[in-house]
Design a binder for this molecule. Structure first.
Ligand code: AMP
Ligand code: MG
Length: 400
């Protein structure tokens, strides 16, 4: 058996970044910039008012209260050319409208009252009052985001404000999902003796989408070497990576293990000192990784989380592709017996009144028990030993 960290390190060392592409701005959420992005425009593009009110000369307000003559109105979006604030004058102005020539401050409407064609300003204001200068947020030539920035909603907004229509990012990983097993059905028909329904493919397709990948459903393949080999080869031809489930343990019909060893070399199968998800087949077929995850439903999810997700995110340019563990308080005790493995215990986590993260088991921990996985939002990393008592501390990977 090898340790979790060495298995992860081996996998991460094998995969490199996918091709850089330019994709439409609105498709780029969760993608990672492949080059530094610079501003070619100023944001805001012109000096404008942060408040509804009156554009004035600050010096005119010195002896407030003062009466100024209103010589125009400036809504947002209007070209201010031709408008001018002279001595003793004011222009009615709306948030976002450009500051007219002559004015150097804005008095907010709350500090004014209108009297006929005049406005009475009740307080004096300094030069620059409520003024947003051109380029206050971004100026032309400035680096906005460096390469390897993970794009969130705010980033997309900034890029939109600069006029970006397409964004240079590393390609999303296009990942095929293949279930293996003679027992699997997925057509809604009544189960015959010995059959079960394929759940893994659906969880994995969803996990991939959640990880920011493009998920491709490659269906179910039967447990014979020729079919598995054909499915993997054909699947890889249309994708950047494959995730398969089943067929990687010690059974007589564990064909994925054999095929991957054949396609990717003899280091393709490993046993990792973790529970669940001990067996793992991993191989690079050419430049493309294949993750042969175990078939038990909870194992396949844990294995995806620990091995496939970090590697796929590294391919998509993520600078820190693994989740960072956080410390949590154990509310109900996580007992276990020494077995030389790191246990990944399905837990429900939430913040307590003490401001700390608390966890409790989300149910049965058998590798076949999927409901407790659905109810968990974190995996507690319980080291080899006797477990963690009530009130003890444990590292957890928060999955949400
Ligand atoms: P295997 O790794 O192929 O030996 O499968 C281990 C266990 O997981 C067996 O009980 C399988 O029936 C079950 N299993 C394998 N693939 C799936 C799947 N796609 N969905 C649900 N259970 C599965
Ligand atoms: Mg099987």
């Amino acid at each position: 058996m090898i340790s979790l960290s060495s298995a992860q390190a081996r996998i991460l060392a094998s995969v490199g970044p996918l091709r850089p592409v330019a994709i439409p701005l609105d498709d780029a959420l969760g993608c990672v910039t492949s080059v530094p992005l610079t501003a070619e425009e100023a944001v805001p593009p012109f000096a404008n008012t942060a408040m509804d009110g009156f554009a004035v000369r600050a010096s005119d307000t010195a002896g407030a209260p003062v009466r100024l003559r209103v010589v125009g109105t400036l809504p947002a979006g209007l070209d201010p050319a031709g408008l001018f604030v002279g001595e003793g004058e004011a222009i009615r102005i709306m948030t976002g409208a450009p500051i007219p020539d002559g004015a150097d401050a804005v008095v907010m409407v709350e500090l004014t009252s209108t009297e006929g064609d005049d406005v009475v300003v009740s307080e004096s204001v300094p030069v620059g009052n409520h003024l947003r200068s051109a380029g206050e947020d971004l100026s032309p030539g400035q680096e906005v985001f460096p390469a390897f920035t993970v794009l969130g909603p705010g980033h997309l907004g900034v890029l939109a404000s600069l006029g970006y229509r397409k964004v240079p990012v590393f390609s999303r990983a296009r990942v095929g999902v293949l279930s293996t097993g003679d027992e699997l059905v997925d057509d809604g028909s009544p189960l015959r003796a010995g059959q079960i329904r394929d759940s893994n493919r659906h969880t994995l397709l969803a996990l991939l989408r959640e990880a920011g990948c493009e998920a491709v459903d490659l269906g179910i393949v039967r447990d014979d070497e020729t079919s598995v080999r054909k499915a993997i080869e054909e699947g890889l031809a249309a994708t950047d990576a494959l995730v398969t489930t089943g067929g990687v343990s010690m059974g007589d019909f564990d064909e994925v293990k054999k095929v991957l060893t054949d396609l990717a070399g003899d280091l393709a199968w490993m046993q990792v000192a973790i529970k669940p998800a001990k067996p793992l087949a991993f191989g690079m077929v050419g430049e493309k990784p294949v993750f042969g995850l175990p078939g038990n439903p909870a194992s396949s999810m844990v294995s995806f989380e620990l091995f496939a997700r970090p590697a796929l995110r590294q391919m998509m340019g993520y600078p820190s592709p693994r989740r960072s563990p956080v410390r949590a308080v154990v509310d109900d005790g996580l007992p276990r017996r020494p077995d030389g493995k790191l246990h990944l215990v399905r837990v429900a986590s939430s913040f307590g009144d003490d401001g700390r993260l608390h966890v409790r088991s989300s149910g049965g921990q058998g590798s076949n028990l999927l409901r407790s996985m659905a109810l968990a939002n974190a995996l507690a990393l319980v080291p080899d030993g006797d477990g963690v008592p009530v009130g003890g501390e444990v590292d957890v990977l928060v999955l949400a």
